[in-house]
Design a protein around this ligand. Structure first.
Ligand SMILES: C[S@@+](CC[C@H](N)C(=O)[O-])C[C@H]1O[C@@H](n2cnc3c(N)ncnc32)[C@H](O)[C@@H]1O
Length: 258
């Protein structure tokens, strides 16, 4: 929580909002397509690589950690919410994946300790992610890889709407909160301009290597009409092709630390 300490200096924000009676595991009910689309994207971006030490930042209950373990000798789930770490104990039982409480702007890794960092579905909670990007760059070894998923404001539908209205896409993050927040430190919900984020990452020393457009068929109507196998076949074909124009709601950026 943002606030002030006894000596009147601003205290660090604490990203513990996922501890407040919200069962994130349930969010994935009926989202098999999105989950599989993200696994496809990560596999594709990491194909042929193997890492010494990886961390999934804001990794929640560890949804992606077992996949990451196939690409890295050591994986740490780095997550600020105690309730998510509690859920992870079950999800990751029987694995050697470390589970550590920390948040993205204050990572308890040494400089250059990791050679792979992932951060998926966290950017929509970070309207101003520069401190987090600086931390990620710090903990990555030179030449290290980061995969950062960004909730994309400029997806196909918004792009079309803006064009119709003759309005350029905003370069700043856009709040997508639909219900008024009832807590002063309620977590942010934003979508980002991908080019702005790529610029912020470059300023932190993380250079864009490649990107994928993910969950390109995210639509209740399509999910009802088409078998999952067809959805995923289309997803596989489109992730690379549609990345250039940032088509989908979710853009996976692969970055390298210079
Ligand atoms: C939508 S969940 C995504 C979880 C996981 N990455 C996944 O894709 O399944 C967002 C996660 O980000 C975490 N989070 C929120 N703010 C954060 C921050 N500043 N630093 C690190 N994690 C944060 C939350 O606690 C939550 O677990």
């Amino acid at each position: 929580m943002n606030g002030v300490t006894d000596d009147n200096t601003p205290s660090k924000k604490v990203a513990n909002q996922y501890e407040r009676g919200y069962d994130y595991t349930k969010y994935w009910d009926n989202r098999d397509y999105e989950n599989a689309a993200e696994h496809i994207a990560i596999r594709r971006l990491l194909k042929g690589s193997h890492f010494r030490s990886a961390a999934d930042i804001g990794g929640g209950f560890g949804r992606l950690c077992i996949l990451l373990r196939t690409f890295a000798d050591k994986v740490t789930l780095a997550e600020p919410a105690a309730s998510q770490l509690e859920a992870a104990k079950e999800v990751l039982a029987g694995t050697d994946i470390a589970q550590v409480q920390m948040q993205a702007d204050d990572l308890s890794f040494a400089d250059g300790e990791l050679d792979l960092v992932t951060m998926v579905r966290v950017m929509h909670h970070l309207p101003e992610p520069s401190a987090e990007f600086t931390e990620i760059a710090r903990v990555l070894a030179p030449g290290g890889t980061a995969i950062i998923e960004v909730a994309n404001y400029g997806h196909y539908k918004n792009r079309r709407r803006h064009k119709k209205e003759g309005k350029p896409l905003p370069i700043e993050p856009v709040s997508i909160r639909t219900v008024k927040a009832d807590e002063p430190d309620a977590i942010a919900f934003v979508n980002h301009n991908i080019d702005t984020v790529v610029g912020q990452l470059a300023a932190a020393g993380l250079q864009l290597d490649s990107k994928l457009s993910v969950s390109n068929l995210r639509s209740q109507r399509l999910k009802k009409a088409l078998p999952k196998s067809v959805m995923l076949a289309a997803e596989r074909i489109t992730q690379k092709r549609l990345a250039k124009n940032n088509f989908g709601p979710s853009i996976f950026l692969k970055l390298k630390k210079a």
